[in-house]
Ligand binder design. Structure first.
Ligand SMILES: Cc1cc2nc3c(=O)[nH]c(=O)nc-3n(C[C@H](O)[C@H](O)[C@H](O)COP(=O)(O)OP(=O)(O)OC[C@H]3O[C@@H](n4cnc5c(N)ncnc54)[C@H](O)[C@@H]3O)c2cc1C
Length: 275
């Protein structure tokens, strides 16, 4: 199995952290062998992950799970296929699927399913036909066709297991390229530019409304601790400008405290932090 030492910048979009060995299993058997003996954090594109400088878990990437099979009304995608790869394929084969997520850098199919990613009123679960995953307890491959455990930015994964591949419903669409361009423009009009180092939304939206709005009203737009700050464009985006994990932690606990004090609302992290 390939093991590479890679810096946080190469494996997460926010780029906070140190250098880590990353395991790249090529088969289900290799994946099983790691899961049997180790505490593992499955790393997708790292676009919703913030890494502490030191972690106990082994970082495992499914980058080599690259299956792509287009059927009449659906597509099967391996967990390691990236969002940009799917969007390119959508343009080439003219079908609609993930255009509402266009502009998110580096995310993978595994991470999109696990986070039930969504935007502009749509989410991954709306498109799912079935998920094939490796059950962490039995180490058997299981097929999931019931998605009732999915909700806003929530799925049973990675708790239940490692997503190996998923089948999604697709529709033919001759204008998908224009749709992708439309969503990229829409995203850029609301969010910080793509070249900044962020992990997307830091907190989930609470029942009381938009986390970004509450953070803004609590005075956190542009608020900085060391090399990490909340964006001036959208207060829920944390921007890394050479900061450390300790600074990131302090920034989020300050934000939680200020929002709790002003609105009596408990913000919940959307980004994932491995142990
Ligand atoms: C600029 C920017 C904009 C963003 N905008 C949005 C948005 O509009 N909507 C939205 O929902 N998200 C958004 N995000 C967040 C992020 O892209 C999504 O959460 C995405 O689904 C994460 O995918 P990933 O592959 O990068 O996952 P990672 O960050 O690598 O992992 C996230 C979680 O998924 C788990 N996971 C990854 N792969 C697997 C697998 N194969 N099996 C089981 N568990 C797995 C990880 O263990 C972790 O718990 C944005 C991020 C950025 C940087």
């Amino acid at each position: 199995m390939d093991v590479k030492k890679l810096p946080a910048k190469a494996i997460t979009t926010i780029g906070i952290g140190s250098v880590y060995p990353i395991y790249f299993p090529e088969s289900i058997e290799e994946l099983k062998s790691i899961l049997k003996s180790e505490k593992v954090y499955i790393l997708g594109g790292g676009s919703n992950t913030v890494l502490p400088e030191r972690i106990e878990s082994k970082l495992v990437s499914l980058k080599k799970f690259k299956k792509v099979e287009i059927k009449k009304n659906s597509i099967v995608l391996g967990a390691g296929v990236s969002l940009p790869e799917v969007l390119k394929l959508q343009i080439k084969e003219k079908f609609s699927l993930f255009e509402f997520l266009a502009g998110i850098p580096k995310a993978t199919v595994g991470g999109l399913v696990a986070q039930n990613a969504g935007a502009f009123g749509k989410e991954i679960k709306d498109f799912l036909v079935e998920i094939s995953f490796l059950d962490v307890n039995t180490l058997e491959v299981v097929i999931l066709k019931d998605f009732t455990e999915f909700s806003y930015r929530k799925s049973p994964f990675p708790g239940k297991g490692v997503v190996l591949q998923a089948e999604f419903r697709i529709k033919r669409d001759r204008n998908v390229k224009e749709q992708i361009e439309h969503y990229v423009a829409l995203r850029l009009s609301k969010q910080p530019p793509f070249y900044l180092q962020t992990a997307g939304s830091t907190f989930k939206n609470p029942h009381e409304g938009s986390a970004g709005r509450l953070l803004d009203l609590a005075g956190l737009k542009g608020f900085r601790i060391g090399g990490v700050k909340f964006s001036e464009v959208h207060a829920n985006f944390c921007v890394n400008e050479g900061g450390s994990f300790e600074e990131f932690k302090e920034l989020i606990s300050t934000a939680k405290m200020k929002v709790k004090k002003k609105f009596n609302v408990e913000l919940e992290l959307e980004v994932k932090i491995p142990d």
